[in-house]
Design a binder for this molecule. Sequence first.
Ligand SMILES: NC(=O)c1ccc[n+]([C@@H]2O[C@H](COP(=O)([O-])OP(=O)(O)OC[C@H]3O[C@@H](n4cnc5c(N)ncnc54)[C@H](OP(=O)(O)O)[C@@H]3O)[C@@H](O)[C@H]2O)c1
Length: 417
Amino acid sequence: MEKTTSLSIPRIKLGSQGLEVSRLGLGCMSMSGNYGPPKPEPEMIKLIRHAIDTGVTFLDTSDLYGPHINEILIGKAIKGIREKVQVATKFGIRFEVATKFGIRFEDGKRGICGEPAYVRACCEASLKRLDIDCIDLYYVHRIDTQLPIEVTMGELKKLVEEGKIKYIGLSEACASTIRRAHAVHPITAVQMEWSLWTRDLEEEVVPTCRELGIGIVPYSPLGRGFFSAGAKLIESLPEDDFRKSFPRFKPENFEHNKQVFEKLSLMAARKGCTPSQLALAWILHQGDDVCPIPGTTKINNFNANVGALSVILTAEDMKELESYASGDVVRAEAFEVLLAHLTNSICFSGGISAKLEGISSGLWQPLIKCVSIRGNDSSDASHLDIPKLTIHKFQELKECDISKAPISAASTSNPLR
Ligand SMILES: NC(=O)c1ccc[n+]([C@@H]2O[C@H](COP(=O)([O-])OP(=O)(O)OC[C@H]3O[C@@H](n4cnc5c(N)ncnc54)[C@H](OP(=O)(O)O)[C@@H]3O)[C@@H](O)[C@H]2O)c1
């Protein structure tokens, strides 16, 4: 059973600087790869135009998606109707051969960069690909922890003053970074993964955003498709779908995790909607300062996602839903959280353990071991109390300047507890 809606899509204010967007956005990433091969351009243009005609005008992309081709796709799709849409794009993750801007990366490896010259070059390149004069919302995709956030923000502020971007956002940033960035120039939105099974941001990030009047944009609100299809999703993933490597989707964890979808489906039947509508309704009920951006490549699925706006949940429904996917129910949570935060700080290109071994600071050694054990790679993390790891501690580690971290930190105390 699927809820449909013929209502016009409500509009909300995101942040306190005047950005107005549709109540629901459209995540465009998978149109250009990541989840299987890129989809045919004419079909994706049709989908984007359909979304805009329906009233979903907040489009989410990044220079990373494709890479680059997703921005080009959006540029083509909004030609002639630019004033109707709010374009959000991102910079900060790079993977070309790069020795420019004083940053050294190995060939083909990705890196995080927030250097002013890089920020400006990315913005100019995105404007060209999108074929627009001004980006509505420009996010730092990942925080460059080798550089004070104030430096990156200084350049973004100049871009606002020059009219190249209207509003500034951060993606995957912790509370203290959000505060520091906001002190340089108001942040309009913070984009983080937020769904029934990814809720760590509720501890610090959400309250900080609310205190500072910053909007929240949950990415992967459908659990990357898991809340739409459960076990069927895993069975149908093509070889080149990067979700295959997610610990939550690995066979040993998935057997356990699929119960979350089963419970969701039962409740959806009771509420007269689909499981994905229920998962989206849960996030929509978090408040009017929250604008989820479900991703899809299909008009039918897009329409179903819009139908989530008509699903009404009571406080009891919300509690029940939350109990299905609480921390101790979902397997591989700790690893995913850890991985997300490591990739926030460090170059990543697949072999994350190998990459980490290049880092000399003793502070990171327990993390390396922890990654290994959770990734079923090697072992020796038995002394770590993994269930007690908190996001807070990861954030602290992530924020520290690893080049200056005391070598003794890991040997004198376990920073993960
Ligand atoms: N800031 C970041 O670091 C970051 C990271 C990841 C994603 N994002 C952004 O967030 C957006 C959304 O995240 P996401 O794509 O990772 O995950 P998601 O929105 O949780 O799920 C997308 C998946 O769900 C499927 N789906 C969507 N609606 C459906 C429906 N009604 N019925 C059945 N299946 C449905 C899609 O398949 P179909 O295509 O077949 O519909 C796709 O496989 C991305 O497009 C991107 O813009 C940002």
